[in-house]
Design a protein around this ligand. Structure first.
Ligand code: ADP
Ligand code: MG
Length: 345
């Protein structure tokens, strides 16, 4: 190449060096906006640009960055699974729902929020590992909290009851809420398995969540306890308009399940003016116990079983309910602000 050409003609690498823009980005601009660039010159094998291309590329880059706002952070949906009384199937549901959601193409993390009786890791067949409170006390990063679970889901383990409870002072709760807020940016959906009732830890999760699923059973006390919990939540937060869902578990028949769901939504509507949307049911099925004995989630153990299909249907219903706006607010971030405003409950 003679000196005259070397001065006036530039390779993509030259332009990258002069503009500070990546070569790949320049090639993209070149293919997208040929009309805004000076005509290229073919020299041997190489395509070269006249010197004016430098300012032309800079102008394209400026227009593009000005017209496109920086991407806003997106947060996953945080869905708490709760119940008024224990033993209704929350943990099984949370784990298998997470797997069903993951199978539908969403990144799902399930959080064992039952700090007193943590057991998701058992049902998922994970090796024993420290719970999130212990890991946070040892300065784990949010990403390190997530263990690999079945079918690609992430699992944040609850840990042993005694340590978790002893450790759940104000500072470590704050730390947990902050870390989970960051996990929200790593997942599309976070399913939080809570303990039953209205203990402090349960309340943290219920108040933080974007959406809450109440697990009911045909057992008469399940309905009364679930109603009590919803009422408690409602009283603590007047302006609470988050979606509330019900799932009926361990029903003998579809009709029985529909009845239970109807009674719950009726009470919520009549006495609390709250809409509760039923998203489905899971019948009683020996597959659940058989899977537990093998430390395998039932939807992995028998994907074709009725319970697994019902759980898949729940996942579909939940994803259909996705609010279409960008998820630009963090559930745990909101909750952290609530706590900072003096609501220490
Ligand atoms: N659909 C179901 N059919 C039969 N047994 C179930 C079903 N769902 C849960 N169970 C059983 O109920 C018990 C409680 O389930 P679990 O998920 O631990 O509930 P929770 O977390 O609400 O305490 C377990 O023994 C589980 O095997
Ligand atoms: Mg449980």
């Amino acid at each position: 190449m003679n000196t005259a050409n070397a001065k006036s003609l530039l390779t993509i690498a030259d332009i990258a060096a002069r503009t500070g823009l990546e070569e790949s980005l320049l090639r993209f601009y070149e293919s997208e906006y040929p009309e805004q660039l000076p005509v290229k010159v073919l020299r041997g094998e190489a395509l070269l640009f006249p010197a004016e291309a430098v300012t032309a590329f800079q102008a394209i880059h400026l227009r593009r960055t000005e017209s496109q706002p920086p991407p806003s952070p997106r947060y996953g949906r945080v869905i708490a699974v709760t119940s008024g009384k224990g033993g209704v199937g929350k943990t099984n549901l949370a784990l298998n729902l997470a797997i069903a959601i993951q199978r539908l193409g969403k990144m799902c993390v399930v959080v064992d929020g039952d700090l007193g009786m943590a057991n998701i890791h058992l049902l998922a067949g994970l090796d024993p590992r420290p719970g999130m409170m212990e890991m946070l006390a040892a300065d784990a990063t949010p990403a390190q909290l997530i263990a690999d679970g079945p079918e690609g889901i992430g699992i944040i383990t609850g840990g042993s009851g005694i340590i978790a409870m002893a450790d759940s002072d104000h500072a470590s709760r704050q730390k947990m809420i902050k870390a989970l807020g960051e996990v929200e940016r790593l997942a599309d959906v976070m399913i939080v398995d809570t303990g039953a009732g209205m203990g402090r830890e349960v309340r943290d999760f219920l108040k933080a969540a974007d959406e809450v699923i109440f697990v009911l059973t045909p057992d008469i006390t399940s309905l009364a306890d679930a109603y009590g919990l919803l009422k408690g939540l409602d009283q603590e937060n007047d302006h609470d308009q988050r979606p509330i869902y019900s799932v009926v578990n361990m029903a003998d028949t579809l009709q029985q399940a529909a009845n239970v769901a109807l009674r719950f939504s009726d009470c919520a509507n009549r006495f609390l003016s709250r809409e509760v949307k039923n998203i489905g049911y899971i019948l009683k099925d020996a597959t659940v116990g058989a899977a537990t004995a093998r430390r395998t989630p039932y939807s992995v153990f028998r994907p074709q079983a009725r319970v697994s299909k019902h759980t898949h249907n729940l996942a579909v219903a939940l994803l259909q309910d996705e609010m279409s706006e960008l998820r630009i607010s963090s559930a745990f971030g909101r909750y952290k602000k609530m706590l900072q405003k003096g609501d220490q409950s």
